[in-house]
Design a protein. Structure first.
Length: 198
C-alpha cells in the first residue's frame, strides 16, 4: 500500500507567478498569427478559384502575420525569462529562509459554495493549521491548500516552517504515513464556509 497517503496540492508551485501584460501579448500575438494565416489562405483560394487576385491584400496579410508572429515569439520568450528568474529567486529565498520547528495543531476544511445557473456546487480544499515560535513569539499559519482529505495522512505532527525574506512562509517536511498499519494522528477539523455567486 505504499504511496497511498499523499498531499495533493490544489495549486502548482508556479501559480503565484503572474504577468498579465505578457499573457495578453502572447494571446493577441497567437490570435493575430492564426487570423493572418486564415487571411492568406482565403486570398490564395480566391485567386486559385478564378477570382481577382489582390496583391496588396496578400502582402498586407503576410506582413500582419509576420508582425504578430514576432510579437508572439518575443512575448513568449520574455515570459519564460521572467518566470525562470522568479523561480530562481524563489529557490534562493527558500535556501536563505529562517527555519523554525513547528507542529500541526489542526486541519481546516474550506468549503466554497459556488452558485451557477440556479445550482450550487461545493468546492472543498484542505489545509493544516500550524504553530511555530520565532524570535518574537508563537504564531499560527495555514499551509498550502490540498485537494484530498488530509485528516488521515499524517503519522507525526512535526513540520519545518520557513520564513522568507519577504515575510511569506513555507511549510516543509511533513511526516506522511506509508502503510495503513502506520500510526495516525487525529486532528480537530475546523470547517470554513464561503459562498460565491457567478
Amino acid at each position: 500500500m505504499n504511496g497511498k497517503y499523499v498531499l495533493q496540492k490544489a495549486q502548482s508551485k508556479d501559480t503565484d507567478f503572474k504577468s498579465p501584460a505578457l499573457n495578453m501579448l502572447i494571446a493577441l500575438g497567437g490570435l493575430g498569427v492564426f487570423a493572418g494565416i486564415i487571411c492568406i489562405f482565403v486570398i490564395l483560394l480566391s485567386a486559385l478559384s478564378g477570382g481577382r487576385s489582390n496583391d496588396q491584400a496578400f502582402i498586407a496579410a503576410v506582413g500582419i502575420t509576420i508582425i504578430c508572429a514576432f510579437v508572439f515569439t518575443a512575448s513568449y520568450a520574455a515570459f519564460n525569462r521572467k518566470k525562470k528568474a522568479y523561480i530562481k529567486n524563489k529557490k534562493s529565498m527558500l535556501t536563505n529562509a529562517k527555519r523554525f520547528s513547528g507542529h500541526i495543531v489542526g486541519i481546516v476544511k474550506n468549503i466554497r459554495h459556488v452558485e451557477y445557473m440556479h445550482e450550487t456546487f461545493d468546492e472543498v480544499t484542505w489545509s493544516f493549521k500550524i504553530e511555530y515560535t520565532d524570535d518574537v513569539g508563537t504564531k499560527t499559519i495555514n499551509s498550502d491548500l490540498y485537494l484530498n482529505d488530509i485528516t488521515q495522512v499524517l503519522k507525526d505532527d512535526r513540520v519545518s516552517v520557513l520564513v522568507l525574506s519577504d515575510g511569506a512562509t513555507a511549510v516543509k517536511n511533513f511526516h506522511l504515513r506509508n502503510e495503513t498499519s502506520d500510526p495516525v494522528i487525529d486532528m480537530p477539523v475546523e470547517e470554513v464556509e464561503r459562498r460565491d455567486e457567478n
